[in-house]
Structures are given as structure tokens and as C-alpha cells.
Design a protein around this ligand. Structure first.
Ligand code: SF4
Length: 387
């Protein structure tokens, strides 16, 4: 009989009592709000207090009767609200943090995802999360203090499935940006390492993976990075760690034995995109052995694109390249034109094959027709977020 090892309450309690938070790089909250469930156990209270001590300049307030997605910052202007949200850390609990994606009309397989964090402290002007319903109302950065309950949900679902299954952290947040603050990786990675079925996939733009390097992950955790050339980061991912630092973190994690995957998405067709992406791929693929790479462009819904427009105006490579009429899979998202996407993907495919010919290249949120045109249809479903 297979025994299922779960994080015991003691593991998590011990972590909450003993972990020493470090400020998350590029995140300087001015307010920390204790929302519903944030301090409802002595252990959560202990971790919450130490998170606050990492940010002595932040004003701390209690809204213990308010759920994480109902915190009202009292700002009407959507852009100002968005900026204020990035300066506000909400500690809370999330009772339904495990979800299943619900994609139709493109070739992406559906997958399990979970949320010990909500939203993100970084600042990408194309971020589709800005347009999602809960975040539009309350675009704060959230840490959910009930990690024990969240992992219990993962465990229950994985046991129900009864065979290895991926659980993805990075769909509704950056998966590692707040890890220095919470140290959650030091509970999650051992949990997944011991689990017979549940496997962890984490997507991030962070360069701080110090917490994970000494862990015995047993290959059950795959670390994934989102990358773009420095020119794109400078203009569209303003508040994110440098590309060099990210590649350096990838290299260290690869040495620690983690499988490494890359998300090249959204590819942005800046005027010198061939040169910029060629240099990036050369730098990356000559330094790090990559297991899979997923390619995609901007593909987003109206509300998120409105925030992008507000931030960037009209005269930029993203806004100018989006087609007014949806020109891709029939899933309601707006994308670049079919011709431009095919050209971008074909260039990336050829460049990748020059440096790592065996690397699996897949497309994200695309149609079978374009995957066939680019010659990567055999990799449909072999993307970063699944097994
Ligand atoms: S890192 Fe990801 S989640 Fe965070 S702002 Fe950028 S796109 Fe959004």
C-alpha cells in the first residue's frame, strides 16, 4: 500500500514560527493589511508579525472582518488604484485556493493550479491579471497564511486522481516573488518531494531562489522562468529582476538538480526583435540546460488590455501589433496577427534548435493550425505547466 506523506501541521507550524522573512526584492509596501483569517492561529500571527518586521516603514492596519478580495482601497481612478495596490500587502486566508483551468478553443490542456499568493508585486504592463474580476476591484499583493489548508486541498485532489499530476503555481500570481518573505518554498518543495502523486510546477520572474537550493526536491519540482530580452524588460516589465540575475538563478537551480523550463511569453515584436531574441536565447541556452520552452505572444481580454493601453498609450510595439479582430484560436482573446505570430515562432524555433536541438518547443494558447505551420504540432500539450 502506498503511504501518502503530507506536511504535518507541525512542519508548517514550525515553519511559521521559525522562518525569518527577508524583504522581497523590488517590493516595498507602504501598507500591510491584516484581513480575514490572517492571524487566526498563533502560528499565523507569529509569521504575520515577522513579515511586518521585514518592512518597518509600512503602516499596519487590521481589517479582520474583510476577505482578501474585498479590501477597498477607496480609489476610483483605475490606474491610480492599480499603482496603490502594488504598494499594499494583504495578509489573509484563501479557502478555495485550488482550481482547474478552463480553456476551450485553443490547444492548451487544462491543469490544476493553486494559490498561496494572489497577484504580484512586479509591474508588467501587459499583465492579464490586471483585468481579472477580483483583481480589478482590489489589485493588492496577497499572501495567504493558510498554507496548511491549501496543501491539504492539493493532497486530497492528488490522492483522488491517484497517479502523478502537476499542480501549477504561477497562473494567478508570480510563484516565487514573495518567497523570501514567506519561505513557503521550504514547506512546499519537501511536501511535493514526499508525495507519491502531486508534482509542483512554479513559474516566476524572480531571481531570488536562495530558499530552494539546499532542498531535497527528488525531481518532483520543476522551476520555470518567464524571460524576455533586456530591451523588452526595460519598456514593458519595468519592475522585475534583471534578465542576467534570472539566468544566474536558473543556472544555480539547474546545478541543484531542478529541471528548468522557460516561458518566452509574451514575445514582444520590438523593432529589432530578431537581434534581441537571438541574443537572449544564445545567452540562456549556452548557460542553462533547459527541459522545455513554451512560446506565446500577448493574448488577452479587453479589461486587461485597457490597463495596458492606459499605461503605455498607443505608440508601442504591443498595442500596435495587436489585431482589433481576434485573429487566432476561437477563445475570445485578442492577439497579434496570424502572420506575425507564425514569423515570431518560426524564428524562435530555429534559434532554439541551433543551441539545444533536443529541447521541446511548444506554443501557448494557440491553434493547432499555427502549431502545424510552425512544425511543433507534435509538442501540443508538452508545455511548462503540466507534467
Ligand atoms: S510577473 Fe507575471 S503576474 Fe507579475 S505583473 Fe508580470 S505578468 Fe503579471
Amino acid at each position: 500500500m502506498t503511504t501518502v506523506s503530507q506536511p504535518t501541521l507541525f512542519d508548517i507550524d514550525e515553519h511559521e514560527i521559525s522562518y525569518r522573512p527577508r524583504p522581497a526584492k523590488l517590493f516595498r509596501p507602504q501598507r500591510i493589511i491584516f484581513a480575514k483569517g490572517s492571524v487566526s492561529t498563533p502560528q499565523r500571527q507569529a509569521l504575520a508579525e515577522r513579515i511586518c518586521s521585514a518592512y518597518p516603514q509600512a503602516a499596519v492596519e487590521e481589517q479582520l472582518g474583510t476577505a482578501h478580495n474585498k479590501i477597498d482601497l477607496g480609489i476610483a481612478d483605475p490606474l491610480q488604484l492599480h499603482y496603490e495596490g502594488r504598494r499594499t500587502l494583504v495578509l489573509a486566508e484563501h479557502k478555495s485556493a485550488l482550481g482547474r483551468s478552463d480553456e476551450e478553443g485553443n490547444t492548451c490542456p487544462n491543469f490544476w493550479h493553486f494559490s498561496p499568493y494572489g497577484y504580484c508585486p512586479y509591474g508588467c504592463s501587459y499583465c492579464y491579471l490586471a483585468g481579472t474580476q477580483g483583481i480589478r476591484f482590489s489589485p493588492t499583493v496577497k499572501v495567504f497564511m493558510n498554507l496548511d489548508e491549501i496543501l491539504a486541498q492539493v493532497d486530497k485532489q492528488a490522492r483522488k486522481i491517484g497517479r502523478p499530476e502537476a499542480f501549477y503555481l504561477g497562473k494567478l500570481q508570480d510563484g516565487m516573488a514573495l518567497d523570501p518573505l514567506t519561505g513557503y518554498s521550504r514547506v512546499m518543495i519537501p511536501f511535493f518531494a514526499d508525495h507519491p502523486y502531486a508534482r509542483l510546477r512554479v513559474l516566476s520572474k524572480s531571481a531570488d531562489f536562495e530558499n530552494v537550493l539546499d532542498l531535497d526536491h527528488r525531481g518532483h519540482t520543476v522551476l520555470c522562468w518567464s524571460l524576455n530580452p533586456p530591451e523588452v524588460r526595460r519598456d514593458y516589465e519595468v519592475v522585475t529582476p534583471s534578465i542576467e540575475d534570472r539566468i544566474d538563478a536558473m543556472r544555480k537551480c539547474a546545478i541543484a538538480g531542478y529541471p528548468i523550463r522557460v516561458m518566452l511569453m509574451p514575445i514582444v515584436p520590438i523593432p529589432n526583435w530578431r537581434e534581441a531574441y537571438g541574443d537572449l536565447l544564445e545567452k540562456l541556452l549556452t548557460k542553462v540546460k533547459v527541459d522545455r520552452i513554451t512560446l506565446g505572444g500577448v493574448c488577452s481580454y479587453g479589461p486587461a488590455l485597457n490597463v495596458t493601453h492606459e499605461k503605455l498609450g498607443e505608440d508601442n510595439a504591443i498595442v500596435k501589433s495587436l489585431t482589433i479582430v481576434n485573429d487566432g484560436p476561437d477563445d475570445g482573446r485578442t492577439r497579434y496577427s496570424h502572420e506575425l505570430r507564425a514569423e515570431l515562432y518560426a524564428f524562435m524555433r530555429d534559434t532554439i534548435r541551433r543551441f539545444q536541438p533536443e529541447l521541446t518547443v511548444a506554443l501557448c494558447m494557440e491553434s493547432r493550425a499555427i502549431a502545424e505551420e510552425v512544425g511543433v504540432a507534435e509538442n501540443i500539450g508538452k508545455c511548462i505547466c503540466i507534467l
